[in-house]
Design a protein around this ligand. Sequence first.
Ligand SMILES: NC(=O)c1ccc[n+]([C@@H]2O[C@H](COP(=O)([O-])OP(=O)(O)OC[C@H]3O[C@@H](n4cnc5c(N)ncnc54)[C@H](OP(=O)(O)O)[C@@H]3O)[C@@H](O)[C@H]2O)c1
Length: 498
Amino acid sequence: MAQDKPDPCSFIIFGVTGDLTHRLVIPALYNLAAGGLLPDKFCVVGVARKGITSEVLRRDLMTGLRKFATRPVDDAIAEQLLSCVTAIEADPKDPASFDTMRERLDALEQARGTGGNRLFYLATPPDAFLPITRELGRTGMLKENGMWRRLVVEKPFGTDLASARALNKALLELLTEHQIYRIDHYLGKETVQNILVLRFANGMFEPIWNRNHIDHVQITVDERLGVGHRGSFYDTTGALRDMVPNHLFQLLSLVAMEPPVKFDAQSVRSVKAEVLSAIQTQSEREALHNSVRGQYVAGKVGDAEIGDYRSIAQVQPNSTTETYAALKLTIDNWRWAGVPFYLRTGKALCTKRTEIAIKFKHAPFAMFRDTPVHQLSQNYMIISTEPTEGIELQFNTKVPGPTINIDGVEMKFRYKDYFKVEPSTGYETLIHDCMIGDNILFQRADSVEAGWQAVQPFIDAWRNAGADGLHTYAAGSEGPAKADELLARDGRSWRKLG
Ligand SMILES: NC(=O)c1ccc[n+]([C@@H]2O[C@H](COP(=O)([O-])OP(=O)(O)OC[C@H]3O[C@@H](n4cnc5c(N)ncnc54)[C@H](OP(=O)(O)O)[C@@H]3O)[C@@H](O)[C@H]2O)c1
């Protein structure tokens, strides 16, 4: 995180009574306050549609902070932060409430000396993104006259290619691209950002980062949790839409992009968009061939019993929504031609794991032919953010002893061992970046659309196939057995999860 103090500003949260605000946004603001990284002149405005006083809101936020903070809460810092919070009522269904909000904001900013810089954070369900932004636009609150006005848009950004394009178009009629911060909190994680440093600040990796040396790439984002109480949201979304065009593609783009000319937003975002648009768009037939989808049935994750996905409240009893998705993608460019990217993500699996595994090509075996060595272990580089943030190299070494014997070993780097840092949610980095106007870690309109373009054939093919090709897997397992075939037919296998 850059150690800059942001300009004075107001931080205006729509959906302040919601889960995201309590769980992630306020703890992130607290971490920034504790690190001395909030502006000297600062105010937080919590927008709710009805009936909340500043006093009640501060109390609720303090309760949330105590529950979700990522470090011990220092009362003095928390109270100082929360004393900056003011509740304002505004509902996009009641345009007059936005006119009132504008007047109250002007007065508040005058009193706090924040100079009119505003960060609007849309922590609401996605169907409220546009109605709120339209009201902000209509009342002139998005106009930049010597001060800045920025809008943070949460995920999901659209539900398919058409809706993402429509949302981009509508937003860009109200603001310019530089004002829009499409957030994906994965990008705030240290290891994710470190992919750029690993690749481009070291001389030894980039020369082998291509089809001549890399056999394939596996990207895994797996969870142990089931869908829980989010049946209504999840049943209309599914694993593919929920995870792939955003989180998994962010990881893919950082691993696969070309070196940017400069470490600035324009250059980095351009090469990321370029590689996403180079993902081969598959026909529906190819998409079916190159994918596996699954849905969990009752099982045990650790000691916890998890019921069938279909038994969750507000999930259709005959739902064909996938809780597991595995895809094989290819990137049509010079660097990656012929190198498959296998992606998998799912819920209620045996382990919580987020990793990128880069499998290097085998060394020639010829020189070991007349030794006791039967085979060489695989060479992997594993970049992981869950369960621990770090990087691991797997390579072959000689087993001590008089004869030549070879075994695979691991060399591990763990962030927490080297740097004694407090765990971060990723949100503090991103919120701080918004406040200092650095959008390098946020998605540009073209990247978002390129991501949806690549997954659209899978969405269409799965919708048209209905229950055909939907595989079940027991909660607590590694996912549907069918997913193994996706790699086995290429002579490869997934890394073990357990
Ligand atoms: N929760 C998470 O962990 C998480 C993680 C990543 C991304 N997200 C994304 O963050 C956003 C918020 O998530 P959440 O879980 O906090 O949602 P939520 O709890 O369902 O809703 C947040 C708040 O939005 C307000 N709201 C609801 N409908 C609205 C409408 N039509 N117009 C204006 N305000 C409305 C409600 O507050 P009032 O009734 O007080 O106005 C509600 O408390 C979503 O887009 C979600 O996809 C959430």
